[in-house]
Structures are given as C-alpha cells and as structure tokens.
Design a binder for this molecule. Sequence first.
Ligand SMILES: [Zn+2]
Ligand SMILES: [Zn+2]
Length: 158
Amino acid sequence: MQKKDSDVTERREKEIWGETSLMSRSHIDQNTYLNCWCPHCKKSLNEDDKAVFQIINSEGQVGISRVSPYLNILDRESTIHVEDDEELADVRCPHCQVSLIVQNQLCKLDNCKLMWFYVSISNSIKLKLVVCIRRTCRWYEMSKEDNERLILRESYEW
Ligand SMILES: [Zn+2]
Ligand SMILES: [Zn+2]
C-alpha cells in the first residue's frame, strides 16, 4: 500500500515538474531545506524553519507570510487573508522592505508576477531562485548560469 501511494505521488510530481526539470537534472531533492537570503540587504529570510516575507495583498493590506522553505513550496501561512489563487500586490524583504518582485518578467504558466531571492543548501554557493507569487502555481526557475553550475557540479551535498 505504502508503495502505491508513493508511486502516485511520484507520477504527480513528474507531471508538475516535468521530466527534464532542473531538479531532476541537478539532483536536488525537492524536500531539501533551503536557506533563503534577501538579495538586497543580504540578511537571512529564515526563521524557525520557515522563510518569512512581508506581503501586500490585492486590498493593500500588509502582512507577514511564513513559507516552508522547501522546493515543493505549498504550505504557507500569512497574517492577512490571501485567496489561494490571489496575485499578491507585492512581496518584500521583512528586514529592508525592498520589493522582491522581478521586473519585466511574468510567470510562463499564469502571467503572474514573479519574486526572487537567493537560496543555499548547507554551505553551498548562493543561487538565484525565481518563483511565481501565486500560491496555487508551482512554477519556479533558477538562473541559467546557476543551473549549469549545478548540473556540472557532481556533489553529494545535493
Ligand atoms: Zn532585505
Ligand atoms: Zn505562476
């Protein structure tokens, strides 16, 4: 029974991430804990096993969103009401309040705004991670250079 369940999960993951997804090519475990960093003030965004962001919803309310910092990001809690499919007005660093929204680029899946920040795993180099800000969308990418670096790098750390 156990096996069946994991098979189904695996198949679903494949559909979402794609056979040639970065994660399978670079051997990153989707359950790997990511250390997240603000690209502006360089401070850590992690706090008590969550990545913390300041968010502004479509009604202009300011709140705090706490996200599980794993690549399969689904589990989010926030201090203000956000619909599952809501496109946030802005996402900012909780330390320096600078916006993390990517300029001049939209999500390929739903034309939603994208946000970016740096991630690292244990002592690895910092990598630029771009993710869609819509909760129900799981699209993300890493910069091409980082992607290549990861694929070239044969490390058991990943
Ligand atoms: Zn910052
Ligand atoms: Zn999206």
